[in-house]
Design a protein. Structure first.
Length: 409
């Protein structure tokens, strides 16, 4: 049994590592080609008939790159397709979603204090929402096909804000933000599978048949590729958010996730403008910093205690600083120690999560900062609130830690 558990853990590690590798490959090629396209010199009359060219140096060699607005006059002998990076990223990501969140739904996907779902219901909602994402996005693209693209992006942002609210109303905070990332990543991969690659195949087929390709196919593919470019950074943030309780486990997690999309736009706008040689819009960094500070404030605003700490109620109001330590020990031992023990009592756990043991007073004191962040000012722990930690108990942890200062040890 122990060997099977270890093997299963390594399967998850292998899938996660595969997901990271393929994602790096996809993101790298996407960023490179957008930068290349924006930086092409289109003011040159090229004998090849290409729309633009660029000279680059890398790895000790020089590269002369040309781009055709639609397609070259004839089909080249060797054509490299960029598609498997996207497909492998989505497939490995979905496999990881199944391994961690579907098979571990009780711990990671479902939070009864948010919505009391069965595993089947939660998985069904997850799958349906991912399919809905592509349908909604593709419909918007078709509706706004001839409209200003800024209007289309605003419509997409409205959908993402709506999904942020939806996910945080049905799943745990951890699962909600990860699903929002999966929702967006599914749109991006759908762009490659359903639009970009089919359009490129049409152009290739026309070339082989000796027909002049219709430029609309390349134009549509470029539009979807540009959308992917602006969505990439928020997806990375959301996929990493499960490491940061201040992001996913606070009351305003849906708004934090929404603002992350705006940060992604401002950052990419700076790079894309620079690559297009249209200046350096440094204002975007100022906006990004402001958005980040707002996010940091939102992460603690719901739990921020007013002067005098009048928000604390009941017994917690009468506890002050270090005087509350014994009460905190009781809370942690009662709500956390069944998992965070040298020999965990929770079925399926064979070692304490992240090696954190919370059985003795000394151990609890040493882990004060983690307890404060993950069970005090956020609701990351216990996972799904399986041990039913009460709001008053979280408030007591907050009061205790703030009485200890920055260095509780």
């Amino acid at each position: 049994m122990y060997d099977w558990v270890v093997l299963w853990e390594w399967i998850e590690i292998a899938v996660r590592w595969t997901h990271v590798i393929t994602a790096v490959a996809w993101i790298g090629s996407s960023f490179y080609f957008i930068a290349l396209d924006l930086g092409l010199h289109r003011d040159r009359n090229l004998s090849s008939g290409a729309d633009g060219e660029e000279w680059q140096v890398h790895g000790g060699g020089f590269y002369h790159i040309q781009k055709y607005l639609v397609a070259p006059a004839a089909m080249p002998d060797h054509l490299v397709w960029f598609k498997w990076e996207s497909y492998a990223t989505w497939l490995s990501g979905f496999a990881l979603l199944v391994l961690v969140y579907y098979l571990g739904a009780e711990l990671y996907l479902i939070d009864p204090t948010v919505r009391d779902l069965t595993t089947g219901e939660a998985v069904a909602i997850s799958l349906a929402s991912l399919a809905f994402g592509w349908v909604a996005y593709n419909t918007l693209c078709k509706l706004f096909v001839n409209a200003n693209q800024t209007l289309l992006m605003l419509a997409l942002f409205a959908v993402l804000v709506g999904m942020s609210l939806f996910y945080t109303s049905v799943f745990s905070g951890r699962a909600a933000l990860l699903h929002l990332g999966a929702f967006t990543a599914s749109i991006m991969s759908g762009n490659v599978f359903f639009v970009i690659m089919p359009n490129q195949r049409v152009v290739v087929a026309d070339l082989k048949a000796g027909r002049k390709p219709d430029p609309k196919y390349g134009k549509i593919a470029k539009q979807r590729s540009t959308h992917n470019n602006y969505l990439t950074l928020p997806v990375i943030f959301l996929m990493l958010s499960n490491h940061y309780p201040l992001v996913f486990a606070t009351e305003w997690n849906w708004l934090i996730a929404s603002l992350v999309f705006l940060m992604g736009v401002t950052i990419r706008h700076w790079f894309n403008t620079r690559h297009a040689r249209k200046g350096s819009p440094h204002w975007t960094w100022g906006v990004t910093v402001i958005l980040f500070l707002v996010i940091a404030w939102l992460s603690t605003a719901p739990m921020k205690l007013p002067e005098g700490e009048a928000a604390l109620q009941g017994e917690a109001l009468r506890l002050a600083g270090l005087d509350g330590f014994q009460e905190v020990v009781g809370i942690v031992q009662g709500r956390c120690s069944m998992c965070h023990a040298s020999e965990p009592g929770w079925e399926g756990l064979y070692w304490p999560p992240k090696g954190v043991v919370l059985e003795t007073e000394a151990q609890i004191a040493r882990e004060a900062r983690r307890i404060y962040l993950q069970a005090g000012i956020s609701h990351a722990m216990p996972p799904g609130n399986l041990s039913y930690m009460e709001p008053e108990e979280r408030a007591l942890i907050v009061r205790w830690f703030r009485g200890l200062g920055d260095d509780p040890v």
